[in-house]
Ligand binder design. Structure first.
Ligand code: HEM
Length: 483
């Protein structure tokens, strides 16, 4: 890895190794042992072998994931739960992520997107170069605030205590044994800081959870299915109806509700924000795709950009009639998936190579489902390095048709991403309200390093497991009517 920029994201490593040491790769799979920096790893980037441990069998998450999240949620969260407890909570939260429920939240999302659009317009006016990712993250947190708690967090316009504390807490999470992480993890003040951050987050969220309970008990809820309202409903349905103030009865519920809210804030914000930043990047570098996208918005939302917002507010289902926009998002997530799954290998569990029939042991290894690898592989994707949204419109039998199991930015199988519809609808709405009005141009320094031909490669940020665009994706914006 010393050959490459030191900040390159870990999910690039197996592909870089395969490029430099083809003798180490069995097509689609590589054993990598860099212990003690990370657990011995079996990186898998063959679509059907990835399906073997996530879909055919869903192996348990690797304990290293729990090690990272324990100080944040004590593992009382959907991402880290397992077995029957996970099943119960997934069932409780699924209704919040139905397309119907998400569409009912669109008017609220639009209020947050308005702020984002205004900020981009402000940046266009000043001509400044800024980190697009930062503004995108604040916007996605504000949107999640509506979806999870039905409140405005206002992260885009002011410093929000919840976001700031969560950011500090995430920076203290121990993601690997790399030297800088070890220094951070061995700091004697770390446990106190983490305890204090958790205390602040708890104090911030508690009144909202209590409000949810009181609204529910008094029949005053808004009708939106949020993470908060669904957790409350499930909790109260198990309580003795004679109890008038159920919340005082059970601090355990408060612990779980807070842990769940934290994981939804964590899992949903930077993944969606980086997808947005990379969409603008890829559209800028592929002008014909950008032109097709704009043409679709003209056709579906009308050529007058100033009425698009009202059109979507009146008829949110229009967001489900933007096939090319959907294709742009899918293609972006193909080239820049932010994260892969990590599972625990088992003594009696072998991966079987579908072409050779050869079996590979998994015991003692962390199985790393490398979406980044499989989604860039020439064997499974024609013209794999090109940004071609058209492939998502190709029918079965056509050369660009997408192969089964090969697209996995949200992973597949029972532990797939619960927020995938929310993320994609939100991204469609933001693109529909920005791309026709402005040109968003990435501006990297001339001497910025290049990985796989790109200055905008994914980097590792402190405490984050997900890939982030280099330098936060520096951009300059021009309004189109002024250019
Ligand atoms: C482009 C955006 C997103 C991407 C690429 C993404 C990706 C993923 C992936 C790969 C997983 C599986 C993780 C694993 O196996 O350990 C996952 C799980 C999860 N995601 Fe997302 N995600 C996105 C947006 C969201 C949003 C918006 C939310 C919620 C607001 C969310 C909430 C979750 C949760 C709670 C899980 C755990 C689900 C379970 O285990 O049942 N994600 N996501």
């Amino acid at each position: 890895m010393a050959k490459y920029p030191s900040d390159v994201h870990g999910q690039y490593m197996p592909l870089l190794l395969a490029k430099d040491h083809p003798e180490l790769e069995v097509p689609g799979l590589m054993y990598i042992d860099i212990w003690p920096v990370a657990p011995p790893m079996l990186a898998v980037f063959h679509p059907d072998m990835m399906a073997e441990f996530t879909q055919t069998t869903s192996l348990p998450k690797h304990p290293s994931l729990g090690g990272e999240f324990r100080p944040l949620t004590q593992l009382n969260d959907l991402l880290n739960m397992s077995g029957e407890t996970w099943k119960t909570w997934r069932g409780i939260f699924n209704p919040a992520f139905s397309v119907k429920n998400i569409l009912s939240l669109i008017p609220a999302f639009l209020e947050e997107i308005d702020v984002f659009v205004d900020q981009l317009k402000g940046a266009a006016k000043s001509g400044e170069v800024f980190r697009l990712e930062d503004k995108a993250i604040s916007c996605t947190i504000d949107i999640i605030g509506r979806a999870i708690l039905d409140i405005r967090l206002n992260c885009q316009t002011s410093k929000n205590e919840l976001q700031e504390t969560l950011k500090r807490q995430i920076a203290l999470m121990w993601t690997s044994n790399a030297p800088d992480q070890l220094v951070m993890a061995l700091n004697p003040l770390r446990p106190f800081r983490m305890w204090n951050n958790n205390r602040i987050i708890r104090n911030y969220l508690r009144p909202h959870i209590e409000r949810g309970i009181h609204e529910h008990l008094n029949g005053e809820s808004t009708g939106h299915k949020t993470i908060n309202s669904l957790a409350t409903k499930a909790y109260l349905s198990e309580q003795d109806s004679s109890k008038t103030n159920a919340i005082d009865a059970d601090e355990h519920f408060m612990d779980i509700a807070i842990a769940q809210i934290k994981i939804f804030l964590f899992a949903g914000h930077d993944t969606t924000a980086t997808a947005l930043a990379y969409s603008y990047y890829l559209l800028n570098t592929n002008p014909s795709a950008l032109a097709t996208l704009r043409a679709e918005h003209d056709a579906v939302l009308g050529p007058n950009t100033s009425t698009a917002r009202a059109q979507i507010a009146t008829n949110p289902a229009l967001l489900n009639h933007l096939p090319y926009t959907s294709a742009v998002i899918k293609e972006t997530l193909r080239l820049f998936p932010p994260v892969g799954t990590v599972r625990k290998g088992q003594p009696d569990f072998y991966l079987t190579h579908p072409e050779t029939g050869k079996r590979y042991p998994t015991d003692g290894f962390m199985l790393f489902g490398l979406s980044f690898g499989v989604q860039r592989a020439e064997e499974f994707w024609p013209r794999a390095t090109e940004f071609l949204p058209e492939r998502w419109l190709a029918k079965e039998g056509e050369p660009l048709h997408v192969r089964k199991n090969a697209w996995r930015p949200f992973e597949q199988g029972p532990r797939n991403c619960i927020g995938q519809e929310l993320a994609q609808i939100e991204l469609r709405a933001i693109l529909a309200l920005t791309v026709r009005e402005m040109d968003i141009e990435p501006v990297f320094p001339d001497d910025s390093p290049v990985v796989f031909g790109e200055k905008a490669y994914q980097v590792m940020e402190v405490g984050m497991i997900t890939g982030h665009p280099k330098l936060g994706m520096p951009v300059r914006i021009k309004m189109r009517d002024e250019s």
